[in-house]
Design a protein around this ligand. Structure first.
Ligand SMILES: NC(=O)c1ccc[n+]([C@@H]2O[C@H](COP(=O)([O-])OP(=O)(O)OC[C@H]3O[C@@H](n4cnc5c(N)ncnc54)[C@H](O)[C@@H]3O)[C@@H](O)[C@H]2O)c1
Length: 325
């Protein structure tokens, strides 16, 4: 069982999901250490904005550094009493991983291994790993269940996340670490990563830049609103607080896939603008559909996503318009 009064280490805490999570943890009075290297995948300014509302909080410590730096990790665990690591730091994104697979593996696999090793050395027993729906590849059976075979990734990114899950299982077995792998499904909301569809599309529609539509618009994604994802992560933390000998892999999706063509219509309706579309063939590495079976999340975490895509896109649009002025 996890000691409740220890600090939580959030890797990648200056990112989209991490900063929402930290905000909620601070509201609950938790001591949070955020380790982030402000990776150049998207602008540092966005990450500074993500953490600006709590940077001055006495409950918050920012360490700028890289999960690949083992000495730094060792130093952090020596100086702080950490009860749990929530590992969100990663090179994210499917398409760029095809261009630079080496770096994706270096951060997502070797970085994860570093963390697990240092945790083992300092007897830190609780780990939450940010996995991804992409590991289902082009699974024919929908919705995707945690029991499905995920041996067929179709991008280096997916493969690196699957490798991360294999590492967490190894450390659970060897050292009794308590682990929950959370498979996130296309998380969106205000502050979403700029490389992802909703952010990219809204930006383009406001700036009259054509959007690239891959395939015939029938590819579908199970878009999950950030507040629902964070509620799921908090429930996973709680699960580790009250259980022993845990190894679970859990889908955190919305259980409601939306076609690309429908997403385009929804954004047009909400922004009252029209897209300029540039049709392109389907991209290598992109899966046809993501669709989460969330039965397990409901049972173990009492996870019930609440925010509809329309509601979520309205919130995104409001945030985006504020950012423009
Ligand atoms: N957003 C989604 O839809 C989604 C879906 C599935 C899985 N995930 C996973 O969830 C996690 C968080 O995603 P996000 O959307 O918030 O991404 P994000 O890019 O906003 O956040 C990741 C953070 O990790 C940091 N980081 C990257 N490399 C690092 C390194 N070597 N050392 C320290 N920090 C490093 C980045 O600077 C960034 O702040 C990632 O692991 C991602 O793969 C996200």
């Amino acid at each position: 069982m996890m000691p409740l009064n220890n600090s939580m280490l959030i890797t990648g805490g200056a990112g989209f999901i991490g900063s929402y999570l930290i905000n909620q943890l601070i509201v609950k009075g938790v001591n949070v250490i955020c380790l982030d290297n402000f990776d150049e995948f998207y602008p540092r300014k966005s990450k500074e904005n993500n953490i600006k509302s709590f940077i001055a909080s006495p409950l918050f410590t920012l360490i700028e550094g890289d999960i690949r730096n083992k000495e730094l990790l060792d130093d952090i665990f020596k100086k702080q009493t950490i009860g749990i690591v929530i590992h969100l730091a990663a090179k994210a994104g499917v398409r760029p991983s095809i261009i630079n697979p080496q770096e994706y593996f270096d951060v997502n696999v070797n970085g994860t291994l570093n963390l697990l090793e240092v945790m083992k050395n300092h007897s830190v027993q609780n780990f939450i790993f940010a996995s991804s729906s992409s590991i289902y590849g082009n699974n024919l059976k929908i919705p995707y269940s945690e029991l499905d075979n995920v041996d067929f990734p179709i991008s280096p990114y997916a493969c690196s996340k699957k490798s991360g899950e294999l590492l967490t299982h190894t450390y659970h077995t060897l050292y009794n670490m308590n682990v929950i792998n959370l498979r996130f499904f296309t998380v969106y909301g205000p502050g979403q990563r700029p490389d992802l569809a909703i952010h990219k599309f809204v930006n383009n529609i406001y700036k009259n830049i054509p959007i690239e539509v891959y395939g015939d618009g029938s590819t579908s994604r199970d878009y999950t609103y950030i507040d629902d994802t964070v509620t799921g992560i908090l429930a996973a933390i709680h699960y580790l607080e009250i259980n022993t000998n845990v190894y679970e892999t859990i889908n955190l999706g919305n259980n409601y896939p939306v076609k690309l063509s429908d997403l385009i219509e929804i954004i047009e309706e909400i922004t009252q603008k029209k897209f300029i579309e540039k049709k392109l063939p389907i991209q290598m590495g992109d899966v046809n559909i993501t669709f989460a079976d969330i039965t397990k999340a409901k049972q173990l975490l009492n996870y019930h996503p609440k925010v509809s895509l329309k509601e979520g896109v309205i919130n995104f649009k409001k945030w985006y318009e504020k950012k423009l002025v």
